[in-house]
Design a protein around this ligand. Sequence first.
Ligand code: GLU
Length: 417
Amino acid sequence: MSKKYNPYDNFINVLEQAATEINLAQNDYETIKYPERELKVSIPVEMDDGSVRVFEGYRVQHSTLRGPGKGGIRYHQDVNIDEVKALAAWMTFKCAVVNIPYGGAKGGVTVDPKTLSSNELKRLTRRYTAMILPLIGPEKDIPAPDVGTNAQVMDWIMDTYSIMRGYTIPGVVTGKHIAIGGSLGRAEATGRGVMIITAEMLSKIGINPKECKVAVQGLGNVGGISAKLLSEIGCCITAISNVSGGLYCKTGLDVNEILTFLQTHSISEYKKEGVTHITNDELLVSECDVLVPAALENQITVNIAKELKARLIVEGANGPTTVDADAILQKRGIIVVPDILANAGGVVVSYCEWVQNLQSLNWDENDVNITLKRVMKRAFDAVYDVYIKKNIPMRLAAYIVALERLCVSRDLRGIFP
Ligand code: GLU
């Protein structure tokens, strides 16, 4: 009971279940259990008041078997090496499940970015980039935004890397502003992917989106856009939340109005007839058909899993469900569309951005969205097929699809020397 939650153990646990399910010998997947490279860096920053603070940062490359490392950079006060390792491994499986030619990597800095000024954040980002410079590059490892980072942070990474190399290299990082090589559609891509996958799954289980109640935890780049796009296809968004708290309305919330309101106000100030204020835990167990956890990992715990009312969970966040909670959801017959499939839209459009950068092209937004839909649908079909044929949880099905692709690559490449 008192065992400390370790997300990397979560990863290994699911990996081993998937390997057992397809009768892999230990040798076949042994290499995939270990990250290829882990770099820990100290990042000294001169603060605005003249003092010096040293932050801790990481970049982990879990696998480069199928292509360069790919994965975001997280700025959050709880970042630690086990979390970054797990996030890197999930990227390997995410890129393999959507079949794009990348491995998996992740970076992070233990810092609450909200406590820094813009100039401090810029200096932190530039020094962190300089410290991980030997690892990254358009052919080696390509960072992107994650929790606590955004297009501006990516722009600074691109600039720092380019200045240190002596020429402009947009393809070193994805999720940049459009003006300096970002892709149209990238900012909405993760939420759009969540919407596409939710719509696919609803059609399989025979629920009309127009008769579907959805609760979304998280109002950031993933949760906010997921809620907006799900309401556009007719879903009734009954609950939404951010770190400070949530809102509930049985007959549906006005998502666009709330997103605009939150640009200048806090969630606790929102008032409307029929809308009640709830906590994040209350949101997770609220009356709905679909639950989209789109905040941080480790949100759906055993107690929440026992209580929640949704028939379908679509994981917008990385790792929101603990292993023990997963077992309870399975027993209760609640379908979980796993993170490595559900939130892969972001990295799919990162791939589109990188391809555009390498070729010095600019695609239309429509072309990006068409590609995203095609890739997501193809991945969904592959996972759904294994899920039905093997009658196993969808998470395991997704891991199997990814693991089989990783094993093919490993077999073809062999182990050096
Ligand atoms: N941080 C996002 C993820 O977890 C995006 C990664 C990327 O685009 O490389 O999938």
